[in-house]
Design a protein around this ligand. Sequence first.
Ligand code: SF4
Ligand code: SF4
Length: 784
Amino acid sequence: MSTPPVPLSQFVLKVHSRCDLACDHCYVYESADQSWHGRPLAISDEVISRTAERIAQHAASHRLDTVQVVLHGGEPLLAGPARLRRVATELRSALTGISRLDLRIHTNGVLLDEEFCELFAEHDVRVGVSVDGDRAANDRHRRYANGRSSYDQVMAAIGWLQTARFRHLYSGLLCTIDIANDPLVVYDSLMRLEPPRIDFLLPHATWESPPARPPGGDEAYAGWLIAIFDRWLAEGRPVQVRTFDSIISTLAGGDSLTEALGLAPAVLAVIETDGSYEQVDSLKTAFDGAPVTGLNVFGHSLDAVAQHPGIAARQQGLAGLCQTCQECPVVTSCGGGLYTHRYRAATGFANPSVYCADLLKLITHVSSHLPPAAPVRPPAPTHGVSSTEFRALAAGLGGPAAVAQLTEAQRSLRRVLLGAVYQAGRAAPAIPDQVKADLQAAWTVLTGIDTQQPEAFDAAAAHPYVRVWAVRCLEQLKTSEPGLAAMLGHLGAIAAVAAFRAGAQASVTVPVMGGAVHLPALGRLLVNERDTAAVTVAGDAITIVAGDDRWDLAPSAEHGGPAGWQPVRRLRAPGICVALDDTDPYRDCHQWPAAPRLADTEFARWQRCFQDAWREIERDHAAYAPAIAAGLSVLMPLSAGPPGRDISASARHAFGAVAVALPEDPVTLALLLIHEFQHVKLGAVLDIYDLYDPADGRLYHAPWRDDPRPLEGLLQGTYAHLAVTDFWRARREVTAGPEAEVAGQRFAYWRDHTRDAISTLTGSGSLTPLGERFVSEMRQSVSP
Ligand code: SF4
Ligand code: SF4
């Protein structure tokens, strides 16, 4: 029995039907299907509009959260900036309020320049570039019609995507495999381009037109990929490789990550430049006319396309496979391979893949070579840092580009956490209906703002203590502890701040906690004792009503406002501005207690000390200043520590925040800021990479402490003390007399302790290969 059609959520939109290269492995021009001859060169305005409408109708009727559109060709950049702008604008405007648009472009890179990158930055278009490896590998196929190499142009294009300005647009590299190329040379050359992801693509082939193989090389493609897999695994999976990640994911019972593997239903359709709907492009290699559906955007909905027998056949999972595949031990990971690769003239697509032997060997190899400590884990993180920034961070530094990449990963993490709180809160049986209704209302405000102004959503969620709150909610939802209802209500406060940041209108209910209404990053309003208050946002004005009392706020102003309003104040110095947050209800998450609200005189002391400390950092510790300026968003005052002791702290869930008890002098404050920001950076690195085996429960000696530390604590302390060592080294050089002598002693003390701790880390045997690379860079930076 066939299953009902699955809605389509991925679209390949052909915006230009010709190409400026003449690759001899191209399935568009060099395969059995020659339909490109009759297509218009470029997509017309009418096809753009009808396509946007059709996708929006389909997304609305199936309530799709996200729709992915890949701009494709031929070579899509030949369509030119104006047409691409129109495509992006029409798609975004049609999908506004319906679905999130994940807009991408796959290009050969030849024309990609600063102007195109600026256009893509403006319209949030992620860019994937085709490149087959080093110059020799790339020149084997990817050449101009006159045989000239395209390599230099492609490298220049990728160079733009590696810049800090456009790095966020870089979605990855697409590499078509040629087994004549050395796999490790290809892998290393691609890794040097610092992609967030690599797709290795098997060359399109069928049983009628099998792939090139050396004599006796029935598993040559598996051998080629296995050589890369082994290197990639040994390096700690430093980048996403979709083929490997998909196999690892499906081996663990997770989803397939590519239509080329696994049993997930096909959800992709192609729209040609003339508005015809087609099935996947690779079918062009099967036979002339194979991808044709006979449907088009002018006369047919995408529901009709989803019901087309060719697409429906790829939505049947296991039932849609031939008997051999159905009985195969690796079918869950393989899924019969790419649909096109199963084609045989006599039996159509009811065959194993023409790469069957390769797929079986590769999947078996992956399954038997995953390390026992981490047998299977979720796919490598969507976010990562480039290898250049990884090295810089590991050496104890890392500039604004590294911080930007860590911040982007945190953004995704916060979004996942907020969604998890909402869903878990709505589903929890112990939560009263009214709290659930408030949660729903807050979520509706947030998702509405996210659709219209995602940057406002992100700005509200970026306050460090939002993640602290979300994690605490999720922990307490497991036990339904008292106070959970008020805690969940804080989502309303986050929604109010997002609406304020967006300049939008919204009404939400928020909890009164500790006699105050709290607006994260804006401040708190002391109100009479109530359970909840109503918050109405209209542009840059906020009205709060609690019982019979009403307050009108203008939170943009840092001072003034009605009685009881305590705005978050900001510390400023040339080149930096951070919030001094002494109001957030979730700020007290550090090992030392938070200070109560500071009087204006205390704030003035903070401002003076901060300004002097920042001058000190910029002048004498300049290597640390840019990252701190880029990533430090909150300074949280702590209550004074034990007599004679300067205290500071950071918290893993409070990315961007550093907590400090105001010291007597700015030099100490500079040291504490540098020290704690090391923890902030490393915590964010640990959020995306496994640097050590979490199963190691041993305690290790940390030379600067009496009590032994778990491995993560030792790693954190050592990483922070790299910077402390460097601080005293610099101080020894810029001071004189007894002061320089003290600085020299402290430098030697911390250098020796840090080196010892690095040796302990290395000798633990619990670092992952990536962790070993990280610690090895740490060692080098503390070497003479
Ligand atoms: S760049 Fe792509 S579309 Fe152009 S010829 Fe090469 S493979 Fe074909
Ligand atoms: S390995 Fe071969 S038999 Fe097994 S599912 Fe894949 S294509 Fe089918």
